[in-house]
Design a protein around this ligand. Sequence first.
Ligand code: ZN
Length: 220
Amino acid sequence: MLSAVRQFIYNPVCLYCGSFYVETHLYCKFCFTQYIEPRLLLNVKKISEQSEHAFLIEWFPGESDLISEMVYRFKSNRCPQAWLFYSRLFANLLCDQVDISQYDALVPLPGSKSNSVHANIFAKNLSKILGLPVLNALYKSPLAQPQKSKSAKERRQSTNVSDIQRLELFTKNETSNLKLIYVDDIMTTGFTYKRSRQALQNKNQSLLVTLFFRPAAIQT
Ligand SMILES: [Zn+2]
């Protein structure tokens, strides 16, 4: 109930046309059917030998202000009902395409800020629907040296430093043998995902699920 009020206060009108007849998905019925629904296709793509990526909305940089605004709202932490709406949709479509019973748990990817909770929100929602536990086994450790004091070259190299780590609460044996679904709100380069797999020393087949996918501007 409170979450509905919160969402309404911060998102009182349709994201596209400004109509006051806004629904939980952040649009009015017309705009949702016309502009958003046709884009909601669950894509499952192979990203490496051991990994697949499933996402709902492809967001091309500069392509659509509509999707940019939507991403911004989702990151604002002020639309819990919309998260639930799209999580349900995502989970239902995922079950049609992927055998969920082979997986053991959902692992939210750690964010760059301590308050980045979106992967957690998404994972919790999916957990309720898919019946899989959420394993909060990762954290992002602050880099030993602040980014500002480094040269550009050092900063580029520092992305290779192991800054994502397994919580000591979980032993290597506990995390390395599981079949995991990694969860994030948006995927761009896939670096966090790669590092998270390394941190858990988990080499099993795994699935990365994100609501949005923003392909890198230049792909080689
Ligand atoms: Zn509208």
